[in-house]
Design a protein around this ligand. Structure first.
Ligand code: SF4
Length: 451
C-alpha cells in the first residue's frame, strides 16, 4: 500500500491567479448557512435528491446544518458522493437539484443547495477532521483504474470501502482529471480539487502518475488485477481543418484552461477569439477576459438558441464582457510567424436546414490568439489491439456499458464517465464511477461464489 499523500500541498496555484478568478458563488458564513438551511421544507419525496445523479440526501444534510451537526452533514454528503466538495462548486445546480426544488412552485427562490453543500464540505476540510469512514476489511482483490478523473476517483472510493485495492493510473502529474485541470478556476480552484482527493488518499487509494497506458500495458494490468475500470475521459479537442492551424497563437480550450490553472499562462493577449459555443468555450472566453484580454469574441456557426452552453453560462459570459459572433464560420487564418487574423464567412440556413456560406460575406477578425473549443474526440484507440477485435465493444468511439453496473462487453472490464457518455457533467461521471465500484465488488463476489 502506498503512503498517504498530501496533494493539496502540491498545488501550483498562485495568488495572482486567485485574485483574478475569485469565487463565482462566494461561500456562506455560518449564520447565512444556518438561516438558509432553516428555509428548507425537508420534503419527504425530495425532488432535489431525485434530480441529483448521485442521489445525495439533500434534506438530511441540510437539516444537519440547521441543527449544527456539521460533521454529520458532511458525512451524509460523502456517503453518496465522495466528490461532494467539487460537485458543490462545479455542478450546474440550476438545472439539477436547485432546478427541481419545490420552492419554484411557490414562486420563491430555490434553496441554495450548492452553497450549503459547499459550506458543509469546507467546514470538514478546514477542521482537518479525517474522512468519516474507513476502508473495508482487505479482500485480497485489486482493481486497476485507467484515468484519474472523477469517474475513477468515485469508483476507487467504493472499492476501498469494500476492502478492494484500487490503483489509479494517470498520464498527468496530479490527480483529478478535468476537476483539477479543466474547470474554470472561479468555479473549482485547482487546490480545492486536490484537497478533496486527499480524502481518497486517506482511504488508501494508490496513484501512479505520468503513466500513459497503451495496449500492451493494459494487457499486463488485466493480468495482474482482478478487474479493470476505464475512466478515460475524452481525447483531444477537434481541429478546424483549415490551413494555418499550426501557426503560433492557435491553441485549444482544454490546454488554455489547464495552462492558467497550473500557473503556466498568466496573461492573455489583447484580442482573443474562441471558436465554439459550449460550456468549455465559455470557460475559456471568460478566462481570457480575466487574464487581461481587451476584446474576446466567441465565434459560432449557429445562433444563441442552438448553443450547447447552459443559459446561465451564456449570461455569465455576457456579463464578463465577451462578445458573440453568430452564424459565422472560420475559413482561414492570416499570419505567418504568428496568427494575426481569423478569416470568417457569414452563413445562411437553406430550406432543408443546412448551413451554407453567404457569397461575398467574408470578413476578417483581427486576433492575437485563437482558442478552439469545438468538441473532443474519443480516446479509445488503445483498446483496439492490432488486427484484433476491440477489448471492449465501442459505438462511435464510446465504450458500451451496462448502465446499472458499468460492466462492458468484456466481463473483467468496467467503465464510466465521459468515455461512455460522450461528455457530461462531473456529477454524472461520479455517479457512473460509484455504480461501477459497486458493480465490480458484486461481480468479484459472484466470481468467488462460482469458483
Ligand atoms: S426540494 Fe427544496 S425545499 Fe424540498 S427538501 Fe429539497 S431543497 Fe429543501
Amino acid at each position: 500500500m502506498s503512503e498517504q499523500t498530501n496533494f493539496y500541498s502540491q498545488s501550483p496555484g498562485s495568488a495572482e491567479i486567485a485574485s483574478r478568478f475569485p469565487d463565482l458563488h462566494p461561500a456562506f458564513d455560518k449564520t447565512a448557512a444556518v438561516t438558509e438551511a432553516h428555509r428548507c421544507l425537508y420534503c419527504f419525496d425530495a425532488p432535489c435528491t431525485a434530480a441529483c445523479p448521485t442521489h445525495i440526501d439533500v434534506p438530511r444534510f441540510i437539516k444537519k446544518i440547521a441543527s449544527d451537526n456539521l460533521e454529520g452533514s458532511a458525512k451524509t454528503i460523502l456517503d453518496a458522493n465522495i466528490l461532494g466538495a467539487s460537485c458543490s462548486r462545479a455542478c450546474p445546480v440550476e438545472v439539477l437539484c436547485e432546478g427541481a426544488c419545490v420552492m419554484h412552485r411557490y414562486n420563491k427562490q430555490p434553496i441554495e443547495i450548492g452553497r450549503l453543500q459547499r459550506f458543509a464540505m469546507d467546514v470538514l476540510h478546514e477542521s482537518g477532521a479525517p474522512l468519516p469512514f474507513s476502508p473495508g476489511k482487505d479482500t485480497g482483490k485489486s482493481v486497476a483504474l485507467i484515468g484519474g478523473g472523477p469517474a475513477s476517483l468515485a469508483c476507487a472510493a467504493e472499492l476501498r470501502r469494500r476492502g478492494i485495492r484500487a490503483e489509479i493510473f494517470d498520464a498527468r502529474p496530479l490527480p483529478g482529471g478535468l476537476n483539477t485541470y479543466g474547470i474554470a478556476e472561479y468555479k473549482l480552484p485547482l487546490a480545492e480539487s486536490l484537497r478533496e482527493i486527499d480524502l481518497l488518499s486517506q482511504l488508501g487509494v494508490e496513484f501512479r502518475f505520468n503513466t500513459t497506458v497503451d495496449a500492451a500495458q493494459l494487457a499486463a494490468l488485466e493480468a495482474s488485477h482482478n478487474a479493470v475500470f476505464l475512466g478515460l475521459g475524452l481525447g483531444a479537442i477537434h481541429r478546424l481543418g483549415i490551413a494555418g492551424e499550426e501557426t503560433a497563437g492557435v491553441t485549444n480550450a482544454l490546454d488554455y484552461i489547464a495552462g492558467y490553472k497550473s500557473g503556466e499562462i498568466t496573461s492573455a493577449p489583447q484580442r482573443v477569439a474562441v471558436i465554439g459555443a459550449g460550456n468549455t468555450a465559455i470557460d475559456a472566453a471568460n478566462a481570457a477576459v480575466r487574464l487581461g484580454a481587451r476584446e474576446v469574441h466567441m465565434v459560432y456557426r449557429r445562433g444563441p438558441e442552438q448553443m450547447s452552453a447552459f443559459a446561465f453560462e451564456y449570461e455569465h459570459a455576457k456579463q464578463e464582457g465577451v462578445k458573440f459572433l453568430w452564424h459565422v464560420m472560420p475559413i482561414g487564418l492570416k499570419g505567418t510567424d504568428k496568427v494575426e487574423a481569423l478569416e470568417l464567412v457569414k452563413l445562411e440556413t437553406t430550406s432543408d436546414g443546412s448551413l451554407v456560406p453567404k457569397a461575398g460575406e467574408e470578413f476578417s477578425l483581427p486576433v492575437d490568439l485563437i482558442v478552439l473549443a469545438i468538441g473532443q474526440a474519443t480516446h479509445t484507440e488503445f483498446l483496439v489491439a492490432e488486427g484484433k477485435a476491440s477489448t471492449v465493444k465501442l459505438e462511435r468511439g464510446r465504450i458500451l456499458i451496462d448502465r446499472a453496473t458499468g460492466q462492458t462487453s468484456s466481463p473483467k472490464y468496467f467503465a464510466g464517465g465521459d468515455c461512455t457518455n460522450g461528455g457530461r457533467e462531473v456529477v454524472d461521471a461520479v455517479a457512473d464511477g460509484k455504480r461501477a465500484g459497486i458493480g465490480i465488488a458484486a461481480w468479484l463476489e459472484g466470481q468467488d461464489a462460482n469458483a
